[in-house]
Design a protein around this ligand. Structure first.
Ligand SMILES: CC(C)(COP(=O)(O)OP(=O)(O)OC[C@H]1O[C@@H](n2cnc3c(N)ncnc32)[C@H](O)[C@@H]1OP(=O)(O)O)[C@@H](O)C(=O)NCCC(=O)NCCS
Length: 152
């Protein structure tokens, strides 16, 4: 991995592709997923306006993204072919560095890989719940979630 750097508006399409295809591969069971065009629009017009986002790059190409807002880790995605090489750990390190008061996040209960990862990097389960909000993946209302938190 080259580095992790702050995302800017010119990264929107590359970030959308990471989110879109990582979701497609990792959460094929998720209903109501967005099209790639919808994810591009949402990344440009919502994500990069409402959150602070960082991207991980390999050979200058974006392979991962983490986005934070108001103590929430709202997005964490690594391109499928780049998973298992420490990119997720590096993005979590940045998220923790930027969050001295701790972090919360929602994960889908069915997302076993992410849950194992989150628990291995120090997040602990607060409660189980039913999603009503908008996930990066789309409108996932009705998909059971888990609320996690990390305390420094
Ligand atoms: C969850 C996710 C972000 C993890 O990202 P990742 O880049 O695969 O994470 P890492 O590579 O840092 O760590 C994953 C595993 O690879 C291992 N690993 C780290 N560096 C490695 C290396 N150089 N070579 C091989 N394995 C390595 C880690 O030990 C870790 O194993 P563990 O979970 O048993 O401890 C990624 O799977 C993902 O994007 N999933 C889809 C989207 C998603 O579910 N997001 C989370 C929503 S809450």
């Amino acid at each position: 991995m080259d580095d992790v750097r702050r995302a800017d508006a010119s990264d929107a399409h590359a970030i959308a592709e990471v989110i879109h295809y990582s979701t497609e591969d990792s959460m094929p069971w998720l209903g109501g997923r967005n099209t790639i065009e919808e994810d591009r629009w949402w990344t440009s017009n919502v994500l990069l306006h409402k959150t602070k986002a960082w991207v991980a790059t390999v050979d200058g190409n974006i392979v991962g993204v983490v986005a934070l807002h108001d103590g929430w880790l709202s997005q964490l995605f690594v391109r499928t072919t780049a998973q298992g090489f420490g990119v997720g750990h590096r993005l979590i390190e940045v998220a923790k560095r930027e969050s001295p008061e701790g972090l919360r996040l929602w994960a889908f209960q069915r997302n076993a890989v992410a849950i194992r990862f989150l628990e291995s990097v120090g997040f602990s389960l607060v409660r189980e719940a039913w999603s009503t909000g908008r996930h990066a993946a789309g409108d996932a209302e009705g998909e059971p979630d888990k609320l996690y938190r990390w305390v420094p």
